[in-house]
Design a protein. Structure first.
Length: 349
């Protein structure tokens, strides 16, 4: 039988993918601001790892990078790897390939992405991973067409040791895999990812979220034994009850050795509202990106930023914590982790 492992995000990485915003996406009215944010993320990635950029026009992206402090293609290693592929939007975490190791060799699953349950157009995004393979982006990786199953990378967390953390609100929602029962979906996850256990969160949500409670907005594995999660301490906040219930659920989860997880609370950000229509935006500090020697950490220019940075630094003592202003990303209801997808090195360690 094949041995399949879903590596944790902290597994040594080969590269990271960004899918660049463009005027034909929902970012049109914020394009200059969001490109500055993407350039900041790209710069921090390129200081440490290789970067794949999916874009409409590579010359335009090069110009934006240079305008925002990235001076030359050969500044870091070989510079970003550009692939001109048409896209609907920018959320690489959810339309990007998900890598497993099959018998020790990397295999990229290309799941169906349908715009978070057919809320938004995704026909172009759904083809990106296959097109990246066609253009030679993933030499040495296997490819598996998984379009029979709808799954977004932001909806699952792996500790790299056979445990997957997810939410019922997302994986059991309508218009994803609603012909399957919870037991059947759990069976699929175990089969696809070689998982021994699925930890299901029943509670937790963020106002303004389009993903039906992706776990990467709420609770994250930081290592095999530690989960960072969003905590709400304000009893008057609309999130208080749901996030308190989520905290209680996390306290009931145990590791395979029977020990409880170490739980690290991240504050719910000071409320951020859309300046156009006033609705609350789904700001979260759980949407960080773990890299080989750093953690890119979203901040929103609000009072709770410093508290969150102090909290996360207690977990990742061996990695540099790099704050990235993501206040523009949440205008379209996502954040830092949502726009990036990591691909592990080709050796299973």
């Amino acid at each position: 039988m094949d041995t399949i492992t879903l590596p944790a995000e902290w597994h040594p990485q080969q590269c990271i993918q960004l899918t660049w915003p463009h005027a034909g996406s929902d970012w049109d009215y914020l394009l200059e601001e969001v490109e500055q944010c993407f350039a900041a993320i790209a710069r921090e990635v390129l200081n440490r790892e290789k970067l794949i950029i999916v874009c409409q026009n590579r010359e335009h992206v090069k110009k934006v990078l240079k305008q925002n402090g990235y001076c030359h293609e050969n500044q870091i290693a070989s510079g970003p790897l550009f692939y001109e592929i048409i896209s609907n939007d920018t959320w690489a975490r959810d339309h990007g390939g998900i890598t497993v190791f099959q018998n020790g060799k990397p295999l990229i699953y290309d799941f169906c992405f349908n715009g978070w349950g057919m809320k938004f157009p995704a026909n172009r995004d759904n083809q990106i991973t296959r097109e990246l393979f066609r253009q030679g982006a993933f030499e040495g990786y296997g490819y598996s067409n998984m379009k029979f199953f709808t799954l977004e990378g932001g909806s699952i967390e792996s500790n790299g040791r056979g445990t997957i953390l997810t939410t019922e609100n997302c994986l059991l929602s309508a218009n994803r895999n609603d012909s399957l029962s919870k037991n059947e979906i759990e069976g699929c996850l175990k089969k696809f990812f070689g998982a021994e256990r699925i930890l299901w969160l029943k509670n937790g949500h963020l106002a303004g979220d389009d993903t039906d409670s992706h776990v990467d907005t709420l609770a994250r594995f930081c290592n095999e034994h530690t989960i960072a999660y969003v905590k709400c301490s304000n009893t008057d906040d609309e999130h208080f009850e749901a996030l308190q219930k989520m905290e209680k659920e996390l306290e009931t989860f145990s590791q395979t050795n029977g020990e409880p997880y170490k739980l690290v609370p991240l504050p719910l950000p000071t409320p951020v509202f859309d300046p156009d229509d006033g609705h609350r935006l789904p700001a979260t500090y759980a949407n960080f990106l773990i890299m080989d020697n750093a953690v890119l950490f979203p901040v929103y220019n609000v009072e709770t930023d410093n508290e969150a940075l102090e909290s996360i630094s207690t977990v990742f003592s061996g990695r540099e914590i790099v704050p990235v202003d993501c206040s523009v990303l949440i205008r379209q209801h996502g954040s830092l982790h949502c726009v990036a997808m990591q691909y592990p090195q080709m050796k299973l360690t």
